[in-house]
Design a binder for this molecule. Structure first.
Ligand code: CU
Length: 289
């Protein structure tokens, strides 16, 4: 009886122990799986800071999916346009061409997106799949004197080096497609933070600025102000995606409050100089509460 009791005591824990051992074995198998199924990290985040008139940003970045957050510490609106210099073009050659021929120097580059225009104290966030190469980071916004900020110091070389990491792409709520000359995008978005895919199917370069209309202001007011700025703008910059050359794509993360918004592309048509917003690349949309 006593012996039997001891055996029972000794045996009882065996059942749960075997159970735990089996779970450990299964877990052990999962941990030992090939690297291809190991969990992949989300895109790394880098901070770009804008002041009047300079960028504080890393001078080298690893290639691959990267979250770029631009915070505006200045008194004027700023954005961050990434331009990949064509193979064989160096930063000095590009800056000399910029001084000589203005935006014509963009022929030496491909536009690779970047955080869209943000007002003072604001921020804008995008996720870009950076290709290795030499880049210029530039702000093309001009102040009241008409001089683009890149001519005042907001032009910075960045080197993107090969990385073998492959972060996972962000989950998206919808896709915004840009083309000559329209936006194919939802006409209503939910308020709050969400990530959207942005694709340029060209053939021209396009951007996707998002602005929130001031109370009582209309799309027409926004277009008229863009054409001939007078007084304060009838909208506030709310981020978006800077220009992509044809076939470029990336992700933008927006955190919008309810209201009426406008998506707008101000890239000029090379043959006429007309901003794309006057050729159809302007679309009003609603953010629902
Ligand atoms: Cu456009």
């Amino acid at each position: 009886m006593f012996q039997s009791f001891i055996r029972q005591r000794a045996l009882r824990p065996l059942v749960p122990l075997i159970g735990v051992a089996s779970v450990a074995l299964v877990l052990g198998c999962q941990v030992a799986a090939p690297p291809a199924v190991q969990p992949r990290a989300a895109a790394r985040t880098v901070e770009f800071d804008a002041v009047d008139y300079a960028f504080n940003a890393p001078s080298t970045l690893p290639s691959g999916l990267t979250t770029i957050r631009l915070t505006n510490h200045g008194q004027e609106p700023h954005h961050a346009q990434l331009l990949r210099l064509n193979d064989g073009v160096d930063f000095d050659t590009f800056t000399q061409a910029l001084q000589r021929e203005g935006e014509g120097a963009l022929r030496l580059t491909s536009a690779e997106g970047g955080p869209g225009t943000t007002n003072p104290d604001g921020s804008a966030e995008v996720v870009l799949d950076l290709k290795p190469g030499s880049y210029a980071l530039a702000c093309f916004i001009s102040g009241p004197d008409g001089a683009p900020h890149l001519m005042k110091g907001m032009l910075k070389p960045i080197e993107v080096t090969q990385s073998d990491e492959s972060p996972i792409a962000p989950a998206t709520q919808a896709t915004f497609t840009m083309k000559d000359f329209s936006f194919d995008m939802p006409s209503t978005l939910r308020y709050g933070r969400a990530t959207y895919k942005v694709v340029n199917i060209g053939p021209q370069m396009h951007e996707l600025n998002i602005v929130k209309l001031a109370t009582g202001k209309t799309l027409r007011d926004a277009l008229e102000w863009e054409q001939a700025p007078a007084g304060p703008p009838p909208f506030a910059a709310a981020g978006g995606m800077n220009a992509f050359s044809a076939d470029g794509s990336g992700y933008m993360t927006l955190d919008l409050e309810p209201g009426t918004y406008v998506a707008i592309c101000n890239v000029p048509d090379p043959s006429s100089g007309t901003p794309h917003s006057h050729l159809g690349m302007v679309k009003e949309f609603t953010v629902q509460g």
